[in-house]
Design a protein around this ligand. Structure first.
Ligand code: NAG
Ligand code: NAG
Ligand code: NAG
Length: 802
């Protein structure tokens, strides 16, 4: 098997540390090994497990554009041959042939130089430059004369190169091998027995060249000797070695050098022509020799990167084939004709937006095939991106982040990497690396408003949309999907969810039940916006619901009792003058503001000119002095209207008796409604009126006494009106601040006769209860109040109520 001869020498110099070049690994393999042949085990040599090898993406990196000759098997850690390795192609005649490549391991980045010694095998046979060598030898040549014959050449080296020659047995010539001072070998025929052209004009000899390989290979050439008449001098070159220098990419037909040789002979014997001697195939493609002038021209594309030195043997021959050699050495100089090549060796894409500054996201390799200054490369990025290049091992660069990334600001980067060499002019190449930024749920939803409020008229329908909240989350997909929900809480002791609901997708808030302004006027709920990330982020906002009043309560007349329920009678002294307070209609409205702003009107009156009602206070006064001609029984109907849209109203009737004494009143019953026919009621009324009149008279007397000093006592009837406690609306006292009855009212029970119609309470304050707050008629006549109290006192004494 071919594997047997393989040596395996490993020299390992491990240097620890991140991002560092490690020592050489050296292996040796024979040329022309089959693909897949194993020549080393990297896992063993580096002391790495197979898992580590694959997780660190171990791979062989060779120079850009170069063929790959070997690979690393991640399954076994073995180094295997992956392409044909021809030592002769790689290294020509160099005694030692070493291929170099790099073994790359990622995270952390680690680079090992691997050199592969290619061993020669005897795969080439010796060969002669031509298959026929023509020699023209003068018959005058003396014994011992030497005639140069081009040596055979074997691409292989060392033992596998040409070792010996075997000349066909003959009587005239022997064969010798000679070396020039430059070390090149050539053969020569040595004349051992004089030639005689007349005897033998031509001699044909076959020359066998043998190499030392195993198996041995050979090549033959036929030497055709023509025996001539004498020609004494061989051409002589002006220089033993011609040295020329040529820049690469020299145009075709550029003259490289001119060789010249002179021959001392005359005539044909002195005519020199030139021809190429031993020359490599590659040189033959690149250079040509003008046989007449000795000029060497460029005929192919000269590339410094392909070869830097060429050696050509030129022969000068005179007319009869006597020749001499000279060596032409052409060295090629580098021109900056290769732009740097940027290759992306690995990249993390996408990069999560929360990576820390300094995170490595890519690995870049830059190469330039030129040499010296022309291959020195500088690498940089465009400005204003949060990335930079950090030089790593050799010509590797790490691409790292320099700042925090924010996908919501920049979601992708096209990073332009430029590489410029130091040639003149310099060459630049550019590579764009696309990196997208992956989302991380780093933004909570943010509400458009600091807080929301919604005004909703009371008595709303369930399902009524109050308002909608909106929050934005700039994150991606589910990380930016906002879901709304109500935060648990209580309103009036009930869970908020029994009042409101929020649509999780749209943020529309709907009422679940109708609201009653008279129950509560506003409440607050917290709405949370949460995104769908994991973990989710959320924020909350306060939504104030303000219930606005709707005119849904009709005015409620507290005094007198509403029409039909009972009837009230007021007694007016006959002496009452114009403007005297006769009575007062008291009404309340459960609504607020305009909806509770009550106005009073007399809509029906038995004597339209006699009474007037104050539009706002509801106070009924006489318009003129009472005269004897006035009917004793007066009847008015009062309408109480609120100021809502549309307005609601209530009416009540009031019976007024013009009399100084209740006894004068003949048929009270006549004044009652036709339907209030209960006898008992009638009697009670009569009793009540009598008692009232009695007390009124009593009071008037006292008042008369008391006010006798005053010029004109205006208030004959003191206006103390009574409110049946059963008529009070359940919660009108807790309605505050918006203009209806206020809790500052004191209802003191001064009198209780057990009768419904006389179940009176005295108001101690006459604030106009229909005016908005503080815009009140607070002019409580103190003396008037005193009068009331006195009256009450009298009543109490009279009825024995304490
Ligand atoms: C990056 O390059 C791609 C393709 O050329 C292009 O579609 C994209 O818009 C570029 N992005 C930016 C941020 O310039
Ligand atoms: C959302 O954010 C999380 C991290 O918070 C991330 O893992 C996930 O990929 C993101 N989703 C999308 C759709 O970008
Ligand atoms: C609502 O958000 C505020 C800050 O915006 C926070 O202090 C409060 O705890 C949150 N309330 C709830 C119930 O999450």
């Amino acid at each position: 098997m071919e594997y047997c001869g393989m040596g395996n020498f490993v020299f390992l110099f491990l240097v620890s540390g991140l991002h560092s070049i490690h020592g050489d690994l050296s292996y040796s393999v024979q040329e022309e090994m089959k693909r897949g042949s194993v020549f080393g085990n990297i896992a063993k040599d580096l002391g790495l497990t197979l898992d580590t090898l694959s997780s660190r993406k171990a791979r062989i990196e060779s120079e850009e554009n170069e063929r790959r000759y070997c690979d690393v098997s991640l399954r076994s850690g073995e180094l295997i041959v992956s392409g044909r390795i021809d030592r002769e192609e790689q290294c020509g005649q160099k005694p030692s042939c070493v291929l170099k490549f790099e073994l790359l391991l990622e995270s952390p980045l680690e680079l090992h130089r691997v050199s592969l010694q290619i061993q020669d095998i005897n795969d080439n046979a010796p060969s002669f430059p031509t298959d026929k060598i023509k020699l023209e030898i003068s018959e005058s040549a003396v014994k011992g004369a030497r005639f140069r014959v081009n040596a055979a050449h074997d691409e292989d080296i060392g033992q596998n190169g040409v070792q010996s020659y075997n000349l066909q047995r003959n009587e005239h010539f022997a064969f010798n091998v000679q070396s020039t001072s430059a070390g090149t070998k050539y053969g020569e025929l040595v004349l051992q027995k004089d030639l005689d052209r007349e005897e033998q004009k031509e001699i044909k000899l076959s020359l066998l060249a043998l190499d030392g390989g195993s198996p041995q290979r050979s090549g033959t050439v036929v030497i055709h000797v023509t025996v001539l008449d004498a020609n004494d001098n061989a051409p002589v070159f002006s220089q033993a070695v011609y040295v020329a220098s040529l820049p690469e990419n020299a145009p075709l037909k550029t003259r490289v050098v001119t060789v010249s040789a002179a021959d001392a002979d005359e005539g044909v014997n002195g005519e020199v022509t030139y021809e190429l001697g031993r020359i490599s195939d590659r040189s033959r493609k690149l250079f040509s020799l003008d046989a007449q002038t000795g000029e060497i021209f460029v005929t192919g594309e000269i590339d410094f990167e392909e070869g830097t030195k060429y050696e050509i043997i030129v022969q000068a021959k005179d007319g009869f084939g006597i020749s001499s050699d000279s060596q032409v050495l052409i060295s090629i100089t580098d021109v900056n004709d290769n732009a740097p090549v940027i290759s992306l060796k690995s990249v993390t894409n996408p990069v999560p937006e929360n990576v820390l500054p300094g995170t490595e996201v890519g690995l870049i390799n830059v190469q330039d095939r030129d040499s010296e200054k022309n291959r020195k490369v500088r690498c940089f990025l465009q400005q204003h991106i949060p990335f930079k290049l950090i030089p790593s091992i050799k010509n590797y660069y790490s691409l790292v982040t320099t700042e925090k990334l924010d996908r919501e600001l920049v979601s992708e980067y096209n990073i332009t990497i430029s590489a410029t060499d130091e040639g003149s002019p310099p060459l630049t190449s550019v590579k764009v690396v696309h990196i997208s930024i992956a989302d991380v749920n780093d933004n909570p939803p943010v509400f458009e408003e600091q807080s929301y409020s919604s005004y909703v008229p009371e008595n709303n329908k369930p399902g009524h949309s109050l308002c909608s909240v909106k929050a934005h989350d700039p994150d991606w997909r589910q990380n930016g999907t906002v879901i709304y929900s109500l935060l648990p809480g209580e309103v009036n002791g009930a869970p908020v969810s029994s009042y409101l609901s929020v649509n999780g997708d749209t943020g529309v808030i709907q009422s679940v039940r109708p609201f009653d302004y008279e129950q509560f006027r506003s409440f607050k709920v917290n709405v949370m916006a949460r995104d769908n990330g994991s973990p989710p982020l959320s924020s909350n906002v306060t939504v104030s619901v303000i219930i606005t009043d709707v005119n849904d309560n009709t005015p409620q007349i507290l005094y007198p009792a509403p029409e039909g329920n009972s009837f009230m009678t007021e007694l007016i002294p006959k002496a009452a003058q114009g403007g005297s307070l006769v009575s007062k209609v008291i009404a309340v409205d459960g609504d607020s503001g305009q909806n509770a702003w009550l106005s009073y009107q007399i809509i029906k009156s038995s004597d339209p000119g006699l009474f007037k009602i104050d539009l706002h206070s509801g106070e009924i006064r006489t318009q003129r002095d009472i005269s004897d001609s006035d009917n004793m029984k007066q009847n008015i109907v009062v309408a109480v209207k609120d100021n809502g849209q549309p307005s609601l109203s209530a009416t009540c009737s009031m019976f007024l008796v013009i009399s100084d004494n209740l006894a004068e009143v003949p048929e009270l019953k006549d004044m009652a409604y036709e339907d209030s026919s209960s006898k008992l009621t009638s009697y009670l009324i009569i009793a009540l009126v009598s008692v009232s009149t009695f007390f009124l008279t009593f009071i008037i007397i006292i008042l008369g006494l008391r006010f006798c000093r005053r010029k004109k006592p205006r208030l004959l009837f003191d206006g103390a009106v009574a409110i049946p406690s059963s008529y009070l609306p359940p919660n009108y006292a807790d309605v505050d601040g918006t203009g209806t009855l206020r809790s500052t009212y004191n209802y003191d029970a001064y009198l209780n006769t057990g009768s419904r119609t006389s179940d009176f309470k005295f108001l101690t304050s006459y604030n106009d209860n229909t005016l908005p707050a503080d815009q009140t008629l607070r002019k409580n006549p103190t003396d008037f109040e005193e009068v009331l109290k006195q009256k009450a006192q009298v009543n109490r004494i009279a009825f024995g109520v304490t």
